[in-house]
Design a protein around this ligand. Structure first.
Ligand code: AMP
Length: 282
């Protein structure tokens, strides 16, 4: 597998591939790869002549330095995981390569970022928007693949693609889960065995909310309070549980408000913060 750590070499390689008529798929990640990432890569490999996977733990999108410092970094293992894929190339830049100087640009995604992750992680989507824009400019993919696991990030990037006329197709891929329902996440690696056991409460809460709504609970304030109660006397500190419009991500009060909704959750196990969501109807 070819590995690029410098932008000019990658750009030259991609320019030549493009001139040879090859389509380019792109999967940006922060590494510590798991089956969730690999599902994006597999879809990209199927749909494009060549695929770039980037691994870059983007300092700009962390609002908590401890979270950044402790973010799992397993570059050797990641390289081994990617090696078997045909026509897959890795872009592994360091901080200096990506940001000679810290960008002063500020991105504002309006109402989309004023809820959930954006509300609880100030500056997070500014950092995501800047790094993804830079990567899109470098790679200039035909298709870019992102996980529904980070639904708000998907909506933000869709709006970025629209607003800045990036010439690519945005593709959202389904969330891959462990057998017990926990969404795969690089941060799961930081959980103690005890915390791992309790982490399953997050998807369980989503499934409980889904069941209530499917059993015709039309008043979402009741669903919200059932979920708040669900976490009482558990080790999870619920940060938010939201029932939102699946596209605008604005809170909805009743099923009559929209045809498609998203149930979104964030909670802490100790200092480790996990998020998850499901879309309804499924
Ligand atoms: P990350 O390395 O956490 O920044 O994730 C890189 C990409 O993989 C993002 O588009 C994520 O949404 C996606 N991703 C992370 N976890 C999963 C999962 N469990 N299932 C599907 N996609 C995922």
């Amino acid at each position: 597998m070819l590995l690029f750590d410098q932008i000019p070499a990658l750009k030259t390689y991609l320019r030549e591939s493009r001139m040879a008529g090859k389509t380019i798929g792109f999967v940006p990640t922060m590494g510590a790869l798991h089956e969730g990432h690999l599902s994006l890569i597999e879809q990209a490999v199927k749909e494009n002549d060549l695929v770039i996977c980037s691994i870059f733990v983007n300092p700009l999108q962390f609002n908590n330095t401890q979270d950044f410092d402790k973010y799992p970094r397993h570059f050797e293992k990641d390289i081994n995981l990617l090696a078997p894929y045909p026509n897959l190339y890795l872009f592994l830049p360091d901080d200096r390569t990506m940001y000679g100087e810290k960008p002063t640009l500020r991105m504002d995604f309006g109402a989309l970022e004023q809820v959930m992750e954006g509300a609880h992680r100030p500056g997070h989507f500014n950092g995501v928007g800047i790094v993804v824009s830079k990567l899109f400019h470098i790679v200039q993919p035909d298709r870019a693949y992102f996980g529904q696991k980070d639904l708000q990030q998907c909506r933000i990037i869709e709006s970025l693609v629209r607003d800045l006329s990036f010439d690519l197709e945005f593709i959202m891929c389904p969330t891959i889960r462990e057998e017990d329902g926990l969404a795969l996440s690089s941060r799961n690696l930081r959980l103690t065995p005890e915390q791992r056991k309790h982490a399953v409460l997050l998807p369980q809460a989503l499934f409980l909310a889904r069941d209530l709504i499917q059993q015709e609970q039309k008043d979402f304030s009741i669903v919200r309070s059932r979920i708040t109660d669900f976490f009482e006397s558990t080790p999870i500190r619920l940060e938010y549980f939201e029932i939102v419009h699946s596209e605008t991500l604005q809170p909805v009060q009743t099923i009559a408000d929209t045809s498609r909704i998203a149930l979104c959750i964030a909670g802490y196990l100790g200092e480790i913060r996990l998020i998850d969501n499901i879309l309804l109807p499924e």
